[in-house]
Design a protein around this ligand. Structure first.
Ligand code: CA2
Length: 164
């Protein structure tokens, strides 16, 4: 009997990574970070992803190692791009930076607040020079802008093709 090779092509997959304490959004410090919850932000991103015909998975972790594991897993899952708010790890984590440098997946760094209007220690980022773009101060809209940008960059790049 002839064997049949099937090629299944998935729509491109994007990830959003939320760093430490962002699970508290909408419940604490609304003056700084607004009233939207993480669920609100993720729901808006899912609506955008659906409209653009891409797949989206959102993750949040308070743990540096868990975020590093996720970035490494993104490579195995052929993730086309990542929107990340590294939160406080922005200013501290060489290890998470090294993970992004290793996997070479395009990413956009997003911050809800304008970090440049805040304390000097928030002006330094271990990610900005590796990122395709950096968005800060737009609140939750920054995530949508970052995802739209990465989707717009897709043309011409191979993605999500998997042989079964
Ligand atoms: O502006 C941003 O998005 C930040 O990444 C937020 C981080 C901060 O360390 C960065 O400098 C800028 C803090 C995230 C903490 O999130 C909370 C949310 C609600 C209540 C308390 C903390």
């Amino acid at each position: 009997m002839d064997s049949l090779a099937l090629t299944v092509t998935h729509s491109p997959l994007f990830w959003v990574l939320h760093g430490p304490n962002l699970n508290l959004l909408g419940q604490r410090e609304p003056g700084l970070y607004g009233l939207a919850t993480l669920e609100d932000i993720n729901a808006s991103l899912q609506t955008l992803a659906q409209a653009k015909g891409v797949r989206l998975v959102c993750h949040q972790s308070n743990h540096e190692g868990a975020l590093i594991d996720l970035v490494q897993q993104a490579l195995d899952q052929s993730v086309a791009g990542i929107v990340i708010n590294p939160a406080a790890f922005t200013h501290t984590s060489v290890a998470l930076r090294d993970a992004f440098a290793a996997v070479k997946i395009p990413f956009v760094e997003v911050h809800l607040s304008n970090v440049h209007r805040r304390e000097p220690f928030r002006h330094q980022s271990y990610f900005s020079d590796l990122a395709q773009a950096v968005i800060c101060g737009l609140g939750p809209q920054g995530y949508d802008a970052g995802l739209s940008f990465l989707i717009g960059q897709l043309d011409g790049r191979p993605h999500g093709s998997q042989k079964t």
